[in-house]
Design a protein around this ligand. Structure first.
Ligand code: SAH
Length: 353
């Protein structure tokens, strides 16, 4: 058991079983032992990789889509170019580089980053030197100005609670102790107001996930976009509606038991885009499959242009990276995107209205 596992086990022994959400929060964000707080988990040498780490095409196209939305909204100045959970800062760096040629964009923007991890803030500072980013602990810190924002693989890291349908009530999945080791269990059946609408589209024994922490984030983004203009592109793995147990732990690019190494493995659950959209309070376009979105934004043309300067292994891995981002058998359909936009403006490019 990891040091964090011992802490959690002692807490359960004293106070009783904890929810999956409490477990995720401790595993990811515990100040001393949390997975994101202590390390850079990304890249080939880390535990998992993400679209911006796979190819610069991803950040370039997203950056240009946001720049186009900014132009269509009358080039407001100043505005916030913002990101939730920027990881190594690669996505923001690619967005900034690709948008350099957009007249007035860089003069008007100020980079704002929402990041919990001190280790990753340091990586972001290095990747974005010269752009003077401002860091925030939460979206509440984002200034009241037009907001053009991206969040890639941010919401999947926010904690979920899990509930098993039992007649017309729900049994919450909890984590307790069995023979001294962490083990899943089920709380007693109880009605649960936030799941009242799920009685209509679930059956006995179905499991649903609720991500309460996402609601205030979405509401805050929507309120800023409604009041000041802007757009928010949210990309993640998941679906429209939540169904089934999607809690997963990844370490060294392999799936591991979510209870085996608390704090030492990444822990995520699929994103319910329907739930995100409901909390936004502004129009939401999509979901669009990541592969479709990137191709609509010009991924193939960009990939061809980049390929012209490459040969041998570099060319092969470039072609593989484009395929990985867009092909339905890879990230193309598992990953989806939605876009928040003001009521009186069309969705950003790539999102049919
Ligand atoms: N967007 C990046 C990194 C994804 S990993 C990429 O695509 O490569 C998830 C990111 O969200 C990390 O930067 C992590 O530290 C951050 N994060 C996770 N939970 C957070 C929270 N509650 N508040 C702020 N940042 C969080």
């Amino acid at each position: 058991m990891t040091p964090l596992g011992d802490l959690i086990a002692r807490r359960i022994a004293a106070d009783g079983p904890i929810t999956v959400a409490d477990y995720m929060t401790d595993c990811l964000l515990h100040p001393a032992h949390g997975y994101y707080m202590t390390r850079d988990p990304l890249g080939a040498a880390g535990d998992f990789t993400t679209a911006p780490e796979i190819s610069q095409i991803f950040g370039e196209l997203i950056g240009l889509a946001l720049a186009q939305a900014w132009i269509e909204q009358g080039r407001p100045a100043p505005f916030a170019l913002a990101e939730l959970g920027p990881g190594r800062g690669t996505l923001m760096a690619d967005m900034l580089r690709a948008s350099r040629a957009v007249p007035g964009f860089h003069d008007a923007l100020r980079v704002h980053l929402v990041e919990a991890s001190p280790a990753l803030r340091a990586r972001q500072a290095a990747a974005l030197s010269g752009h003077d980013p401002a860091w925030h602990d939460s979206v509440e810190g984002l200034a009241g100005m037009p907001l053009f924002l991206v969040a890639n693989e941010f919401f999947d890291a926010l904690p979920v609670r899990q509930f098993l349908r039992a007649n017309d009530a729900w049994r919450e999945r909890v984590i307790g102790l069995r023979d001294g080791a962490l083990a899943f269990g089920l709380a007693a059946p109880a009605p649960f107001a936030a799941l009242a609408d799920r009685l209509a589209d679930t059956a006995e024994g179905d499991l649903v996930e609720l991500r309460a922490a996402a609601d205030p984030v979405m509401a805050a983004l929507g309120a800023r976009i409604d009041a000041h203009g802007g757009a928010a592109l949210i990309v993640d793995y998941g679906d429209w509606g939540s169904r089934g147990d999607t809690l997963q732990a990844v370490r060294g690019h392999d799936h591991v038991d979510p209870l085996a190494e608390p704090g030492a493995a990444d822990l995520t659950a699929h994103v319910d885009f329907r739930a995100l959209a409901r909390s936004a309070g502004v129009p939401v376009a999509g979901p669009v499959h990541q592969g479709v979105l990137l191709e609509r934004l010009g991924a193939t043309a960009r990939a061809r242009a980049l390929a012209r300067g490459l040969a041998g292994d570099a060319l092969e891995s470039h072609v593989a990276a484009h395929r990985r981002l867009t092909h339905p058998a890879e990230m193309g359909t598992l990953f989806k995107a939605i876009a928040l936009h003001p009521p009186d403006t069309p969705p950003p490019p790539g999102f049919a209205s």
